[in-house]
Write a protein that binds this ligand. Structure first.
Ligand code: FRU
Length: 535
């Protein structure tokens, strides 16, 4: 296969060619899902940014349309940057986005509406001359760190509100603006929240989650049975983090709970390649759906050769964990419609050093769900208190070094002689008062090619194994992406990898255990995945 095609994804969204980054303005309107995205129509590197547009009936099969927004006035001459859509009751959708007005990245906010609301695909968007730009940076606001408006929510005081990401020196912040008519917007004096030394906040997302159950909520939902989530993408570290907390409507403040760090070491939707995420409420299925951009991990030169760069994650349903300390995510159920051939394994014991090959499916394009169990935590290795981040541990311990309880998991995209493989695995440690569960997606061995970014992505899993000694894993394997969900979606990791041998039919899948404690595969189901339809 040509270099263009070799690592293209079959069911993760990407346009036919060229560069993409952030998902923009996702929404459900009149039975159709819309996904817009940051797009360079002229090449496979970032630049000339416009809004690409695709529509779908099921979030999995997409039809690519003509671009929705492109520079057409002095206020977005240098780019149509990220933004969101809001469906106004009785009036239809409105897009709010960031326009760049000069070559120093001075940013303003604009709005756009469909030219024809009865076009089922909303192909054409117009930017009314009156009131645009609706928001300019004034006062002490730094115009080059003032972007990515959120979807608007409505409050009983009769105002719509949005957040806009920004920063002052090294302090990250999100500003609130309010409006009665969606045209005249007034800034609330203080930011809704700000955190020192987090750098500029990009792509804020702010939404209510239900204290009970998995249902998503419309952005305007209020009441005692909800908490709020604030997520920011940090330009400085290229990571996102979120907190769960309380939204004080009357004073336009958000107060994070103190159950996790409110800073770049905080909770993450994904501990891998997952940035500029955005969620939307899907009223047709009462769920909140989350998207993110997964950047390439190869070089710019490779991207130019390939003619494309960037994919979107699989859309994920997101809800609050029953203990209220973190979110849980799971691929939207529609993904299962691509499952084809199924193979199973159950009650299979894995001794130390055992690798079991999963045959009968297309291992380079697959979906795997597996549950592991073990009878004791006795052999768990001691946790070294000098390990600060999960990535440190993953890097030091890896998948091949013998452990106590683990490493065990899946070996994805493995070549015939194991010259290449991307392991996704667990390793359990003993700390003074608790057990620490590491989940790792280690790209170091993913490719023989050298000039790649091959990080040992990892996160900890917040569960108590003392009563239930089971750990489950789901991995979506799609040629150059391994997107994994640990323990029902509590800890998730997306890795981009570029095998040179483990490609197409030459890619293999294994289940393995390199720990001294015997591990049982209680249950595994793996499927070949069909390619998603595009157009
Ligand atoms: C995030 C981001 C946004 C901006 C867009 C430009 O990846 O930098 O802040 O609007 O990308 O493409």
């Amino acid at each position: 296969p040509s270099v263009t095609k070799l690592h293209r994804t079959a069911y993760h969204f990407q346009p036919r060619r060229n560069w993409i980054n952030d998902p923009n303005g996702p929404m459900y309107y009149n039975g159709v899902y819309h996904l817009f995205y940051q797009y360079n129509p002229k090449g496979a590197v970032w630049g000339n940014i416009i809004w690409g547009h695709a529509v779908s009936k099921d979030l999995i099969n997409w039809k690519e349309l003509e671009p929705a927004l492109y520079p057409s006035n002095p206020f977005d001459k240098y780019g149509c940057w990220s933004g969101s859509a809001t469906v106004l009751p009785g009036k239809g959708p409105v897009i709010l986005y960031t326009g760049v007005i000069d070559n120093r990245s001075s940013e303003v906010q604009l709005y756009a509406v469909p030219e024809n609301k009865s076009d089922p695909f909303l192909r054409k968007w117009v930017k009314p001359k009156t009131f645009n730009p609706i928001i300019k940076a004034e006062g002490a606001i730094n115009a080059s760190a003032f972007r990515d408006p959120t979807t608007a929510w409505w409050s009983r005081d009769g105002h719509w509100r949005i957040l806009i990401g920004g920063g002052r020196k090294n302090r990250g912040m999100a500003f609130t603006y309010r409006s009665k008519d969606f045209l005249k917007w007034i800034r609330v004096k203080h930011p809704i929240h700000s955190v020192a030394s987090t750098g500029t906040w990009e792509c804020p997302d702010f939404y209510p989650v239900s204290l009970k159950g998995k249902n998503g909520l419309d952005l305007s939902t209020v009441g005692k049975s909800v908490k709020h989530v604030l997520k920011n993408s940090l330009d400085k570290t290229r990571y996102e983090y979120y907190t769960i907390g309380t939204y004080l409507r009357n004073c336009d403040k958000y107060i994070p709970d103190n159950t996790s760090e409110d800073g770049w070491g905080g909770l993450r939707y994904d501990y891998g390649n997952f940035y500029a995420s955005k969620s939307f409420f899907d009223p047709s299925k009462n769920r909140r759906v989350l998207w993110a951009w997964a950047n390439e991990s190869d070089s710019k030169e490779d991207d130019v050769k390939k003619g494309w760069a960037g994919i979107q994650s699989i859309p994920r349903t997101v809800w609050l964990d029953s203990h209220g300390r973190q979110l849980v995510q799971w691929p939207v159920e529609e993904l299962n419609s691509l499952r084809e051939k199924e193979v199973k394994l159950s009650n299979r014991k894995l001794k130390k050093g055992e690798y079991v090959k999963v045959t009968g499916i297309t291992a380079a394009q697959a979906d795997v769900e597996i549950t592991f169990s073990f009878s004791s935590l006795e052999k768990a290795e001691a946790f070294d208190s000098r390990w600060v981040t999960a990535e440190n541990v993953c890097e030091e311990k890896g998948s091949r070094n013998e452990g106590g309880v683990g490493p065990f998991g899946l070996l994805t995209l493995a070549s015939e002689k194991m010259e290449e493989f991307t392991p996704v695995f667990f390793r359990v440690f003993k700390a003074p008062k608790k057990h620490i569960i590491l989940m790792c997606s280690d790209a170091r061995s993913s490719s023989l090619k050298r000039e790649l970014y091959k990080p040992s992505f990892a996160g900890f899993v917040d569960i108590d194994l003392s009563h239930n000694k089971k750990l489950s894993l789901r991995s979506l394997i799609d040629h150059s992406v391994v997107e994994s969900f640990g323990v029902g979606g509590k800890t998730n990791i997306l890795s981009r990898v570029y095998p040179t041998l483990a490609i197409k039919k030459k890619a293999h899948l294994f289940v393995f255990n390199n720990g001294t404690e015997h591990i049982t595969v209680e249950n595994m189901k793996a499927w070949s995945m069909k390619s998603a339809r595009r157009n």
